[in-house]
Design a protein around this ligand. Structure first.
Ligand SMILES: [Mg+2]
Length: 280
């Protein structure tokens, strides 16, 4: 497959690139607990680095803090600095700080909470007794239990707003799709409190704006951005909402774009990254 001339030119002249991680440039390696690069992915990032085109990797996973993911990608051969790695907790930390939110209950593990703590937010543990919680933030949390459910509900009933890292049911792994932790937690919290989660990871504008800030690009450059991902409801939706080019990959969640609504349809769907590498 080859990209058409117009699209190829837009890719070459792109202001910057936002890559998804799982199912797009890499897959989790169950044996090592690290990552394995997908075909041509390392070469694509190397080409951007050589051209001086800024790029970030934005995963919707919050199991680890961004530097831990960056390290895992470097071990797999990728040119990714800690500062080029983002998770929803990066954009959540930015949003919670901007909105002047003080106390945040994190229904998530240590990796999920780390960026919020680093940003100076007053973070309360999942089951910790606390008054005056202003937001409940949900993320990767396989240890979720009834005590955490009760604590989260009490904070929400007492006026806290519900915010989340991600609200999609699945993500891609080496052995197929896996359940995203925050989705079922959000379902329970909404059922109990009638509060719906505000998403702060992909596909939110908060996530896109956070990436642009890290890339050092103005919001006006959105139309010259390229977003590469495997999940129509995450990367494609985020890119389409701001007028960026969306490159879909059939290496993860998405296998066909035929039945997708327009807002989730990629500008172009690729079987692998070879056509992108060819134009860079
Ligand atoms: Mg993905």
């Amino acid at each position: 497959m080859k990209l058409n001339t117009e699209l190829a030119a837009r890719m070459r002249g792109a202001a910057g690139f936002i890559f998804d991680m799982d199912g797009t440039i890499a897959l989790g390696d169950s044996k090592s607990g690290g990552h394995r690069a997908l075909p041509h992915a390392i070469a694509v990032l190397e080409a951007l680095k050589a051209n001086g085109t800024p790029y970030v990797v934005f995963t919707n996973g919050t199991a680890k803090p961004p530097p831990a993911y960056a390290n895992s990608l470097r071990n797999a051969g990728f040119p990714v600095e800690d500062s080029q790695m983002l998770t929803p907790s990066s954009s959540a930390a930015a949003w919670l700080s901007q909105t002047g939110t003080g106390k945040v209950r994190v229904l998530g593990n240590a990796g999920c909470a780390a960026p919020l703590i680093d940003a100076g937010l007053d973070v309360v543990g999942p089951s910790e007794e606390a008054e005056g919680v202003e937001a409940v933030y949900t993320g990767w949390f396989r240890e979720f239990d009834f005590t955490a459910l009760e604590a989260g509900c009490h904070s929400l009933w007492n006026g806290a707003r519900l915010v989340t890292a991600s609200n999609v049911p699945f993500f891609a792994t080496e052995t197929g799709r896996a359940i995203g932790a925050s989705f079922p937690i959000n379902v329970m919290l909404t059922a109990m409190t009638s509060k719906r989660p505000r998403i702060l990871g992909k596909p939110s504008k908060v996530a896109f704006d956070t990436a642009m800030k890290v890339l050092g690009l103005p919001r006006s450059a959105a139309k010259d951005m390229v977003v590469v991902g495997d999940d129509p409801a995450l990367e494609m939706r985020m890119a389409n909402a701001v007028g960026a080019i969306s490159i879909g990959l059939a290496t993860g969640i998405m296998s066909s774009d035929a039945s997708l609504p327009e807002k989730d349809r990629p500008t172009v769907l690729l079987n692998d990254l070879q056509p992108l590498l060819d134009v860079l």
